[in-house]
Design a protein around this ligand. Sequence first.
Ligand code: C2O
Ligand code: CU
Ligand code: CU
Length: 495
Amino acid sequence: MKRGTFLKTLGFGTVSTLAGGAILSSCMNHDMATMTPTVAPDVLEGNFTTSLPFPETSLTGTALNAGSQNITTITGKNTQAWGYKNGILGPTFRIQSGSTVSIPFTNGLTEETNIHWHGLLVPAAMDGHPDQMVMPGKTFNYSFKIDQRAGLSWYHPHPHEKTGKQVFMGLAGLFIIESAEEKALNLPTGAYELPLVIQDKRLNTSGEIDYSPTMDEVMIGYMGETIIVNGVQSPFHNVATRTYRLRVLNGSNGRIYNLALSNGNAFTVIGSDGGLLPAPETVTDLLLAPGERVDLLVDFSKSALNSEVYLLSNVFSGVNSQGRQAFKIVKFVVNKAETDSFKLPTSLPAIAPISSSATTKTRTFDIGVGMGTSGGHGGSMAMKGMHTINGKVYSGERIDESVPLNSTEIWEFNNSAGDEPHPMHLHGTFFQVVSRTGGRSRLIASEKGLKDTVLVMPGEKVRIIIKFTNAGKFVFHCHNLEHEDDGMMLNFEVK
Ligand code: C2O
Ligand code: CU
Ligand code: CU
């Protein structure tokens, strides 16, 4: 979508004849200040009659091919989606920490794409930086050694200005790392471990996925009315009266979910982006922003046989555009009596806190809507994007932050003046969340482990601490994919 089109929508008329970026910038600032994001479209719940599918599992590297796929899964109608193998999404990799994987990737689309391994600590050359495109018809071999804790990561395309569209069309998949350390905990596994990719889709009248953001939808993120899990709308899954491990990814472009159970029961958060938390925490609801993952234990022995329990998104506050509506995501039918001897270990593998006394630098980033508030971008700034980091929009030509290898830094994301949520994500590293001031003023359960994405709500300032041990050029950005595509992304180089 072209900026000129946006301006016309706003009633700017013949903006293309305006030469002065400064003039344009100031009048747009004025307009932006009075523009309230609209409420996200209502969710349409289905009947929860389709059985929940699981993407095929790959225990080693397997070839991926981005392409258009005929699927019947979303509404029961025949439609086209994008995927990496068979159908929408891609296989779930399940790989032992310590092993090397090789994944030949072919771009079967008619536009450039690539793969970013979100949450995998891979070398910069394998990270799927927006510089590293695979052209249509070409193949690139992603190969790397997995050398990190067990946890749930994922993969998706990362072409600048097209990530939102490509993910929305269906390109994404899970990457589970296993380890002996985690295995020793005897967490629920096999049929009792459920990987769940939660996304929203907008479908046109013929049931096809429709990605066509309006001006407002670039502002707030593109939100579909149809909630899908593992590619299927409103699915159900039969469970037994015992504890299940739910491994959940929010793979949506812009929608935040406030996960809860329909019976109001508590559930236990045992992990997040970077694997297990140092201590489990029991909650009754949990916010999950785009790009984030959580590892949950749900005890269905607390539910009567033949009862139904929905995983919901509950209402939440603090955002203009979403959270006002509760809706169902997936139905669990408790239809089998089983006893289970599972007991959660009282201690989980420790995570050494990164000591702030080792910090050599604090960087602050004002995030949100702003037009050319910092110098160096001139008139082109105003035409480029409205979502900025320190007043800048993405440029592939520029290194925005230079970070010494092995240094420890505090980064602060300041959304004090903003009115939109921004899930901020760093490539190439995990971090720990130090503090949140303003807004919710506290860390939630899933933020007490290793993170790669952290939600910064309007009015909030979030500080994270990072030890940069992975050399190279990486991006950090808002994981609301419309914000990212609008330019809310910068480069940092570790060397
Ligand atoms: Cu999942 Cu750069 O992102
Ligand atoms: Cu990433
Ligand atoms: Cu954002």
